[in-house]
Design a protein around this ligand. Structure first.
Ligand code: M6R
Length: 602
């Protein structure tokens, strides 16, 4: 999604803004731009495509100034063209925007009635034109911006830069994140504090409805009621090592390889008194509810689905899992004894946030599992648990997925101990196996070379199926999603047993089928599904801790693990397969086309 940066500095801001925009690249974008003030006059450079295009343009045609705003745009209203790129500018105001203005058609009509015409298809242009109109009606800068903001509906984070106002940035937040950074004698604003790495670690998170006037020395924040408020100043240590590739070619590869270490550190944290205290309120909530509703999007939704099996198997709690974007479409059959569990890496995903608010309004308890602990979901949930994955930059979620599963497993085990639903010896054995997961994950990474050679062949096919049974079914969905999103090969994940109900018609010698089949009590049934594939000359890639029958095209050997935790281990080959296929095909692995890391619009 779009990324915003803004700065009132002491030195030339264009190179700093560009560097900060680079740190926001992970959010996904298709054009970028910068506006600065030089001698009070607005200057602007914009380019379609990657930041390298903008940076080349700035070399050919530089801009100067100590105050500026910058933006990476992920197209929503209007294609990725130069005219639609941000900053948008009218005569004396430049604006960058993240989010969607839902009433932009209404605003367009109002402006058109005033003979003010739009030149682009964007919703952002209405903001710029409206603000300019208010300025021309004689309002001061802050009032013009405030009046504009008050007439917007939808989700937005905004920064306004005004001609002639070298020491002023006006910003506003409704639904989309916005962070103020406090320098020595500089002031920053951004969508994500990661953009401030190396600039400042002193930050203030704006809350929904906040409007702020920034200068180099003073920051005034007003809430939605117009009262001046004080928001806490926090220290965020943004380790630059977490924002570089650490010798890997891509962030995704770094993040895949980090998993054993990160899982080990998370488990260590869970076992400290601090970790246990963190978990207690969540265990209380889950143990006392009658039903669980697990909600997330994409990969986070698949983590919910895996956890759904775990809660039912080990804690005996009935579970529904719903993909967040469908949540409001269901006629919900929940009451106040249903607990909503929301899983999200970013904690900002608009669909998940909206489901959370929906359940909260219905009087249900809300528990979130998040990587970004300063996110909106963390603030709005009754209780939130950190997943301890560290900064994840690749758009394709890898370590966040395994950490979500680990955190959910930790919760399930604690609830199982409390409710004493399952045999407690079995739970103790699972606790031991839980501690082995980092070492097992490390052993799973040993399959990398074999997977790389399979990936070289996979790139020749137009479609790939992934099948799994039980808790491996969501892993089949995850394997397919990972492959689609970064290699652009069509892939479909399905429950093994469903193959014969339709999709088997697609299987012939041009169809690779990834069979996720740990040797557990479902193994025999999984083999029957692969026999169905084999009989149609489908190319089976067996991912298993056993060699399987004859006639398998390729095998990915994995260490044995208790079947309950197999989804955590089997995530590794799914990630590696997608990664190597994408590298082989030469796609943009870390920032796949059309996608954004944090999806802040519904
Ligand atoms: O930040 P979230 O976990 O809420 O994001 C949810 C999905 O957008 C995300 O998992 C997405 O599916 C990933 N790109 C998949 O790799």
């Amino acid at each position: 999604m779009c990324g915003i940066v803004g700065m009132l500095g002491q030195n030339e801001v264009a190179p700093i803004l560009l560097e900060s925009l680079r740190r926001l690249e992970y959010r996904g974008y298709d054009s970028a731009g910068i506006a600065t003030l030089r001698d009070g006059k607005l200057q602007r450079r914009r380019a379609v495509g990657k930041l390298s295009e903008l940076s080349d343009l700035l070399v050919r045609n530089p801009i100067q100034g100590l105050s500026g705003i910058g933006h990476t745009r992920w197209a929503t209203h209007g294609p990725a063209t130069l005219e639609n790129s941000h900053p948008h500018q009218s005569r004396s105001v430049a604006v960058v925007h993240n989010g969607i203005v839902e009433n932009h058609l209404e605003l367009r009509a109002q402006l058109s009635a005033l003979q003010i015409e739009h030149k682009t298809e964007t919703d952002t242009e209405s903001i710029t034109l409206l603000c300019q109109y208010h300025l021309e009606q004689g309002l001061a800068h802050a009032e013009a911006a405030l009046k504009t903001v008050r007439s917007l509906r939808g989700a937005f984070a905004l920064a306004f830069l005004f001609e002639g106002e070298e020491d002023c940035l006006i910003v506003a937040r409704q639904g989309s994140p916005l962070v103020i950074g406090h320098g020595q004698s500089e002031t920053y604003v951004t969508s994500d504090s990661i953009a401030l790495t190396g600039l400042t670690d002193r930050i203030t998170y704006l809350q929904d409805g906040d409007f702020a006037c920034l200068s180099r020395r003073k920051i005034s924040i007003f809430n939605c009621g117009g009262e001046e408020v004080s928001r806490p100043l926090e220290r965020r240590n943004i380790d630059s090592a977490s924002t570089d590739k650490g010798g890997h070619k891509h962030f995704m590869s770094k993040e895949i390889y980090e998993q054993p270490k990160i899982l080990a550190a998370a488990i260590e944290r869970y076992e400290t008194s601090g970790g246990m205290a963190e978990l207690r309120p969540a265990v209380e909530m889950v143990s006392s509810c009658r039903r669980l509703e697990l909600v997330g999007c994409g990969t986070a939704h698949f983590a919910c689905q895996v956890a759904g099996y775990w809660f039912e198997w080990l804690a005996g709690i009935p579970v529904s899992t719903t993909v967040a974007s469908e949540f409001s479409c269901r006629k919900q059959a929940f009451d106040e004894q249903t607990l909503g569990i929301f899983v999200s890496q970013s904690g900002e995903t608009a669909d998940t946030l909206s489901a959370l608010r929906h359940m909260k309004n219905a009087g249900c308890g809300t528990l979130s599992l998040l990587n970004v602990t300063s996110s909106t979901m963390a603030r709005e949930s009754d209780v939130s648990l950190p997943i301890h994955a560290g900064v994840e930059i690749g758009v394709a979620s890898t370590k966040a997925f395994t950490c979500q599963l680990l955190a959910l497993a930790n919760l399930v085990l604690a609830v199982a101990e409390r409710r004493r639903y399952a045999d407690q010896d079995r739970i103790s054995r699972l606790r031991k196996e839980f501690r082995r997961l980092p070492a097992l994950t490390s052993a799973a990474l040993a399959a990398d070379d074999g997977i790389k050679s399979i990936a070289g062949e996979l790139g020749k096919f137009v479609s790939v199926l992934f099948i799994g049974r039980g808790a491996m079914y969501p892993l089949a969905l995850e394997g397919a999603l990972k492959l689609k999103e970064i290699s652009y090969i069509h892939a479909e994940g399905l429950a093994s047993g469903e193959l014969k109900h339709g999709t088997l018609a697609l299987v012939d010698d041009k169809m690779p089928v990834v069979v996720l089949a740990p040797q557990d009590q479902l193994y025999a049934k999984s083999l029957s599904s692969s026999e169905e594939v084999k009989a149609r000359r489908g190319k089976i890639i067996l991912v298993s801790d056993t060699t399987g029958p004859t006639g398998i095209w390729r095998t990915v050997p994995l260490p044995s693990v208790d079947p309950v935790f197999a989804p955590i281990l089997y995530a590794i080959p799914m990630q590696l397969l997608a990664y190597h296929t994408a590298v082989h095909l030469g796609t943009d692995v870390d920032q796949p086309r059309n996608l954004a890391k944090s999806v802040t619009v519904e």
